[in-house]
Design a protein. Structure first.
Length: 168
């Protein structure tokens, strides 16, 4: 059962995040965690830690502390889809698309109709990079080479995937 004062700090943190004030959100989530710690709560609410990590990532770019907070929250409560969502968001901020997609997929397996997970997943561009980055994605040559690349992937499997997907 949530501690009322900790839950109040948590709600203030959510409002601060929604209003694009991540530094204020960090303080609110930290306050919620410290309140639970002071009251010696037996099972701390991992939402506080997860949102603390997300707000840290949004405030200071992605740091080791932000990623570790979200990962610890997921390890402590792996069946909570919201924690998977926040970890995925931090991975996205870090530029780790494959890990973010794994988190979103895990979250959707836990809660198939989770609105925020579905929204976040729909925002992610899963397409491969352009074959010729100097040309627009819709250029006929990029489209043709992209189709060729995909047909080779299908035919020859993952061995080509690593070679063609490397960043220049």
């Amino acid at each position: 059962m949530p501690v009322p004062s900790a839950e109040q700090s948590f709600k203030k943190g959510l409002a601060a995040l929604a209003e694009a004030r991540p530094l204020q959100a960090v303080d609110c989530f930290l306050d919620a965690m410290q309140t639970e710690q002071r009251l010696r709560v037996r099972r701390p609410d991992m939402r506080y830690l997860s949102y603390y990590g997300l707000s840290l990532a949004r405030a200071n770019r992605v740091t080791h502390a932000a990623l570790e907070a979200c990962e610890l929250a997921v390890r402590q409560d792996p069946s909570h889809p919201l924690l998977q969502l926040n970890l995925g968001r931090v991975h996205l901020l870090a530029g780790r698309l494959p890990l973010a997609l794994q988190c979103f997929d895990r979250g959707l397996r836990l809660a198939p109709n989770h609105r925020s997970l579905r929204l976040e997943l729909s925002r992610v561009d899963r397409r491969s990079r352009e074959v010729l980055p100097c040309l627009d994605r819709s250029h006929w040559l990029n489209r043709w080479l992209g189709q060729l690349r995909e047909s080779l992937r299908v035919r020859f499997g993952a061995s080509l995937r690593a070679q063609w997907s490397r960043s220049p």
